[in-house]
Design a protein around this ligand. Structure first.
Ligand SMILES: Nc1ncnc2c1ncn2[C@@H]1O[C@H](COP(=O)(O)OP(=O)(O)OP(=O)(O)O)[C@@H](O)[C@H]1O
Length: 260
């Protein structure tokens, strides 16, 4: 199957520093590709370029065959690229359901006036969004928490809510920035199952994650960055044996081990 997301020669500099330099890889439908690397390697910067937050000064991003380099995040979202953030973007004082519904509004271009006047089309949209949001909450295991205030959820549940909201855009490609950060072992396993289920539904997943056990367990392919450059890529077993990868992680506590 052809790639849903390709990046070719992507790079960006901040002052004199090449935060990301000449990085290329591609992700196919149903594949889970993880980007790993020590602190400061350029993972978040890479995500920010792919999702349109930063404008790369070199290279190209192709989504489903179309050049989307430096396209604005909301336009990218409408074309099928959705993301979550390292820091939760949940509205804590809103209900879980309303947070999920908010995901639907990102993909719509309906008229604010029509919504204010509660015209039939906007009433129908609101009903569809609620039905879709409830289905998504069921998918991430939060259907029974729909009416609760989001701020009262456990951390792991909030992370799943954030994934639900990203899924409201019905993405072809989903970027997950540290989806298990701050989660305990049980919560991480729930996230693990959810990511695998989303991939199995045909979404291409790009993951940045420090939890090496999670990365080694669920990734089909791993790209390793160090000082902004791609130093290795391959399946988890191959990458974890690569001397350049071992050297990059030397002195850190999170070196990748294929056996978890
Ligand atoms: N907006 C910015 N302005 C200047 N320098 C930046 C900016 N964003 C990132 N950098 C620098 O680019 C390099 C890569 O940072 P980045 O946050 O992408 O790494 P990372 O791999 O995501 O790290 P971590 O694992 O700690 O999250 C770092 O040296 C960082 O200080």
């Amino acid at each position: 199957m052809s790639a849903l997301l390709s990046i070719e020669g992507l790079g960006i500099g901040f002052g004199g520093l090449r935060a990301v330099d000449d990085v290329s890889f591609s992700v196919r439908a149903g594949e889970i590709l993880s980007v790993i690397g020590p602190n400061g390697a350029g993972k978040t910067t890479l995500f920010n370029m792919i999702s349109g937050v930063y404008r790369p000064d070199a290279g190209r991003v192709t989504l489903d065959g179309q050049d989307v380099t430096a396209m604005e995040p909301h336009l990218l979202a409408r074309r099928g690229l959705s993301r979550t953030f390292q820091n939760l973007q949940i509205f804590q004082s809103m209900s879980v359901l309303d947070n999920a519904i908010a995901g639907y509004h990102l993909r719509e271009s309906g008229s604010v006036l029509a919504d204010l006047l509660a015209l039939p089309a906007s009433r129908r949209r609101a009903r569809d969004a609620e039905a879709g949001a409830r289905a998504l909450l069921a998918r991430v295991g939060l259907e029974r928490a729909a009416e609760r205030e989001a701020g009262n959820l456990s951390y792991g549940a909030l992370k799943r809510l954030e994934i639900a909201r990203a899924l409201a855009l019905d993405p072809k490609v989903l970027l997950l920035d540290e989806p298990a950060a701050g989660c305990n072992a049980v919560e991480t396993e729930e996230i693990d199952h959810l990511i695998a289920e989303v991939a199995a539904s045909g979404v291409a997943i790009l993951l940045v994650e420090h939890d090496m056990k999670l990365v080694m367990r669920i990734s089909n392919h791993i790209v390793v960055l160090d000082h902004g450059e791609k130093i290795a890529e391959g399946d988890p077993a191959t990458v974890s044996r690569n001397p350049a990868v071992i050297a990059a992680y030397l002195g850190t506590e999170e070196a990748p081990h294929a056996d978890g």
